[in-house]
Design a protein around this ligand. Sequence first.
Ligand code: FAD
Length: 411
Amino acid sequence: MNEQTFTTIGRRVLISGASVAGPALALCLSRYGYEVTVVEKAPALRGGGFAVDFRGHVHRTVLERMGIWDEVNRHQTHMGEQTFVDETGAEQMRLDPSFMSGDVEIFRGDLSRILYERTRDRVEYVFDDSIASLTETPDKVHVTFERSAPRTFDLVVGADGLHSNVRRLAFGDESQFLHHLGYYVAGFDAPNHLGLDRTARWFNAPGRGVCLNNYGRDPRTAGVLMVFESEQPLVYDRHDIAQQKQLLAERYAGLGWEVPQVLKALDRTDDLYLDAVAQIRMDRFSKGRVVLLGDAGYGATMGGMGTGLAVVCAYVLAGELATHPDHKAAFAAYEARIREFAQGCQKTAGGAGPMLAPSTAARIRRRNRAYKVLNSPLLAGYLDRLTVKSATNIELKDYPRPVQGAPEYTR
Ligand SMILES: Cc1cc2nc3c(=O)[nH]c(=O)nc-3n(C[C@H](O)[C@H](O)[C@H](O)COP(=O)(O)OP(=O)(O)OC[C@H]3O[C@@H](n4cnc5c(N)ncnc54)[C@H](O)[C@@H]3O)c2cc1C
């Protein structure tokens, strides 16, 4: 197929969210001649965050076709082994880098910046704004914003994460779609007093896990990750950091290992992330001229290779839009191609909480024994294959080349 067949040129798409899914789709759509606007609630591109990874040939092929594989590789973290210790710091078991960090691991902020820099000349980015309302007519969507003047688009994409604004506006309240998996995850920075260098230490008490890690960027700082069990959803104010700190301090009070130091760092931090480990489950990913992409449509919080999933699905959505003149057919094809793939990744993610924060001492010991065996040379690669299986469970279509003048998909 060549560029003459495209009906996409000049069609206007609004994407909500400039993290990974949004800019990845912007990159693909702009190559097919779409006029793309990305609106992001944050005042600037959000840096920082945790490390995300890619694994298996599907992720790699899409990154190559997008033309960013080499750059992603240049920014990889080179994280080493992760060791699980007891309260005296004695090693209980260790995990191979490939299991926790995939083939290539990169900070979410670095990936977002790569995608943004590749698109900012061709895509309009509007920061510090958010969609206020969506009104669909037979051939357009009228959009009002919190700050900017109203505008009209052909299509609107929700790539605005687990707590998606577009999903709420088009499909309804998130309580219908967000399924609590019985765990919470928190993250912040602490002093690197263990002197970690491209390595991580995990400690468990029943129902609680805490990890100190250093990705080799700043030797003085360690990342803290806390994962804890809570069968029932917790009630707290998402904007009240002091309340969230107290909640965490209570959960981890009285524990050994480095936990007292971690709690001191928690007390001092002003940049705390806390959220439920949850999954978005939806019967459909589109409604009229609105479609969901990435965490907004099928997010899994952690362990589900959400970044690889978002990037692959952005490639598929753009390809289907480019090959179907009608958005309804394109959305149907997108959904048919990715649904099973996304569900498989969510299923893998469901194991992350119980693995990182087993609920009893016996379960912690059992997990350690099991992973010791799975990590042995005899079974080398087994754990890796488990995650790669869901990361590659999609047949990638060879979508048409971009329009003349646009940067090529790399083949
Ligand atoms: C603790 C944790 C650990 C994770 N670990 C991994 C991992 O190891 N490997 C992995 O692959 N994935 C991991 N993920 C998931 C991964 O980060 C996401 O799945 C992936 O980045 C895809 O994100 P997204 O672009 O769909 O959404 P997000 O990255 O959540 O981005 C949404 C964007 O929308 C913006 N936004 C929100 N509301 C609005 C609004 N009203 N208007 C405009 N913009 C808005 C946000 O500011 C943000 O920029 C993890 C996630 C968490 C929370």
